[in-house]
Ligand binder design. Structure first.
Ligand SMILES: Cc1cc2nc3c(=O)[nH]c(=O)nc-3n(C[C@H](O)[C@H](O)[C@H](O)COP(=O)(O)OP(=O)(O)OC[C@H]3O[C@@H](n4cnc5c(N)ncnc54)[C@H](O)[C@@H]3O)c2cc1C
Ligand code: SF4
Ligand code: SF4
Length: 428
């Protein structure tokens, strides 16, 4: 977040006109592996940012202990898909009917938060809104009017200090909150939750991968379209295509993954934080709302009773379909491992002659893994990335930063912790 002091009042005013509260930001992100979740901006004077050491996903996360504190038990690798997706109370494929306008998928995420406000379960929701001057740039906002959540729908690329809103929320007297966040934000929130003194925090998480800075994302958009400012929506769909929508009335366009201009992107297009992130599915949220395992619909994991109760608030606006689970991931994941090794820290581009690309792009959605198997494949790929990128860039960090659930996923592909990469102290 780099809005100047002069710009800030105008931004606050423009957001306020939409019913969104955006208090001024203090402090700064930390150097190194940091996604500016907001913790480094908390506290005052010498204490500012002191909590990062125990709250940060990139330092020494302890997922089993945190899962136990939040869900009552740690994920059980022998129980269904928990080895991949974390603690599962129930897992469904669903959509909101009718879908919400401007939503990233059908709007389940913001609809859940709106229900909490409407039914008086929370005083405020903390989430992201688009920057008034740049729709792709996230700005942290507090929302107390359920209707105003409509302005927060959709996905922004980039980082913004969501948790820096916790202290202003306290100061405004809010006692019961809902927080919508991505995994690195939610890990830090959970790590600090008990010390914050709120009566209740409902956590609605989305999965997250391949985030980058908003500036880098603008560069990517400029490679896709001659008039990138007209692109109003982008999503990496589970049918191996990127979907683009436009704000000038043009019909949407889809591009097969294999035809994306990835070779024109700089090697550091994805920052090391996101290439080494250890939580794809937001394991500590009460409910995770994504699309990865949804085969064209949304994919929802309630992780505890609170998450299940939250989902029930949507009543018959929640339309379910049976989860899909098809294909075999092993070949795709093994290929990804080799490409990532070859890329030596850059983007794992698939090597094949130009003439073959359209054929493989045609076959991929037909033969590739689908539904839950697609999600498992992406989880394994992310875990492989984490280990390989950290080994290259920060070998000393593996020991404390890589949790057992990540090692468990990469073991099937021959990656095991070396003696210096093993944690010396076991989690309770
Ligand atoms: C960078 C990024 C990468 C993602 N990658 C995946 C993925 O690989 N697989 C997957 O299943 N899902 C992923 N998601 C989640 C997905 O994009 C949808 O948000 C999710 O499916 C919910 O859709 P919806 O229609 O219910 O959300 P909506 O009702 O449209 O609400 C979206 C919510 O996300 C919040 N949000 C938007 N941008 C950000 C941001 N940059 N930081 C924090 N919060 C934000 C909004 O404020 C809003 O509250 C990602 C999200 C982000 C932000
Ligand atoms: S806790 Fe948040 S602010 Fe602190 S270093 Fe980690 S990501 Fe950055
Ligand atoms: S990929 Fe991981 S580190 Fe990067 S923004 Fe998403 S949750 Fe945070």
């Amino acid at each position: 977040m780099s809005d100047s002091q002069e710009e800030r009042p105008s931004i606050t005013r423009q957001l306020a006109q939409k019913g969104l509260i955006s208090p001024p930001l203090v402090g700064a992100a930390r150097p190194g592996l940091c996604t500016d979740c907001g913790v480094s901006r908390m506290g005052a004077g010498q204490d500012r940012g002191k909590a990062c050491g125990r709250a940060c996903q990139f330092i020494a996360p302890d997922y089993p202990a945190m899962e136990k504190a939040v869900h009552g038990r740690a994920a059980d690798p022998d129980l269904g898909d928990e080895r991949f997706f974390g603690v599962i109370h129930s897992m469904i494929r669903a959509r909101l009917d009718p879908p919400a306008e401007q939503a990233q998928w059908t709007g389940l995420t913001t609809a859940l938060a709106a229900q909490l406000l409407e039914q008086g379960h929370v005083d405020a929701v903390l989430t992201m809104a688009p920057h008034p001057d740049d729709r792709w740039k996230p700005v942290p906002v507090m929302v107390t009017d359920p209707a105003a959540l409509a302005h927060c729908r959709g996905m922004r690329m980039g980082y913004a200090p969501l948790l820096s809103l916790l202290e202003p929320a306290q100061a405004m007297g809010y006692r019961r909150l809902a927080v919508i966040g991505i995994p690195c934000q939610i890990y830090a929130l959970r790590a600090l939750e008990q010390t914050l003194g709120f009566e209740r925090i409902h956590v609605i998480g989305t999965p997250c991968s391949d985030n980058t800075t908003t500036d880098a994302f603008h560069h990517f958009l400029s490679l896709l379209e001659p008039d990138p400012d007209r692109i109003s929506y982008l999503e990496f769909r589970t049918d191996y295509r990127v979907e683009l929508r436009f704000d000038d009335g043009r019909p949407p366009r889809t591009i097969p993954f294999l035809k994306l201009p990835l070779s024109n992107l700089p090697a550091d297009f994805f920052p090391l934080t996101c290439k080494s992130c250890v939580d794809y599915t937001n394991r500590l949220a009460d409910i995770t709302v994504g699309y990865m395992g949804g085969d064209g619909d949304q994919w929802v994991i309630a992780r505890n009773e609170r998450g299940a109760d939250l989902l029930a608030l949507l009543g018959d606006r929640l339309v379910r379909r049976p989860l899909a689970d098809k294909g075999r991931r092993k070949g795709a994941v093994t290929g990804f491992l080799h490409n990532t090794e070859r890329a030596a820290g850059g983007l794992p581009l698939r090597r094949m002659p130009g003439w073959l690309r359209p054929i493989v792009a045609f076959l991929q959605p037909r033969l590739g893994p689908k539904g839950l198997e697609f999600a498992r494949a992406r989880l394994e790929m992310k875990a492989i990335e984490t280990v390989l990128h950290l080994r290259r860039a920060h070998p000393a960090r593996l020991k404390n930063m890589v949790p057992a659930h990540v090692w468990d996923l990469v073991a099937a592909y021959g990656l095991r912790p070396r003696p210096t990469e093993k944690k010396s102290i076991k989690s309770p």
